[in-house]
Design a binder for this molecule. Structure first.
Ligand SMILES: [Zn+2]
Length: 52
């Protein structure tokens, strides 16, 4: 899991650890859903660190 969900003020911010992807949501459910969906997509992308 490269994405993390952080609570800040009144919103939930999602930040990807593998790319500059960031987003903000007003509730935790869509935030987690987006983080998970992005993690799956982001992991599908070839990364120089993981390339063999
Ligand atoms: Zn990402």
């Amino acid at each position: 899991m490269t994405d993390r969900t952080e609570e800040s003020y009144w919103r939930y911010d999602t930040a990807c650890g593998g790319c500059p992807h960031k987003d903000s949501f007003l509730s935790v459910e869509p935030a987690r859903r987006d983080a998970q969906a992005h993690a799956e997509r982001c992991r599908a992308l070839p990364r120089p660190e993981d390339a063999r």
